[in-house]
Write a protein that binds this ligand. Structure first.
Ligand code: 5GP
Ligand code: ZN
Length: 112
């Protein structure tokens, strides 16, 4: 996707603070963190959102969640962390390349 900012990050066309990379996934710090630690995990394949995923992406989605747990600990979130996937305009999604937010390290705002 030419105009996708996360695809540009994958291709190193714009800088990012990367913390993990393999053939399928990339993780990097959010440019506007909402907690002391806040990073995102994205697939290297462009998928607009969770709504575009099918059973074909089942393994990829599982890998994203397992990586969230692994990286959260590596980033110092031994006491726990929050994951968030915003999906669609109604879900508050701003960047339309699937991503899992992982954040924590401060007193998080209680869910309502
Ligand atoms: P969304 O609302 O789509 O779930 O979240 C998109 C996230 O991407 C936001 O938290 C925003 O701060 C982050 N973001 C947007 N542009 C960039 C960028 O160029 N670099 C990085 N590292 N994060 C970005
Ligand atoms: Zn993309």
């Amino acid at each position: 996707m030419l105009d996708c900012i996360f695809c540009k990050i994958i291709k190193n066309q714009i800088p990012s603070s990367k913390i993990y990379e393999d053939e399928e996934l990339l993780a990097f710090h959010d440019i506007h963190p909402i907690a002391r630690v806040h990073f995102m995990i994205i697939p290297k394949v462009h998928l607009d959102s969770l709504d575009r995923c099918t059973v074909v992406h089942q393994s990829l989605l599982g890998k994203m969640l397992l990586l969230a747990s692994k990286l959260a600990k590596e980033q110092g979130l031994e006491n726990g962390f929050r994951t968030m996937i915003n999906t669609g305009h109604g879900g508050g999604q701003e960047v339309f390349h699937l991503h899992v937010h992982v954040f924590g390290g401060d007193a998080l705002i209680p869910r309502t």
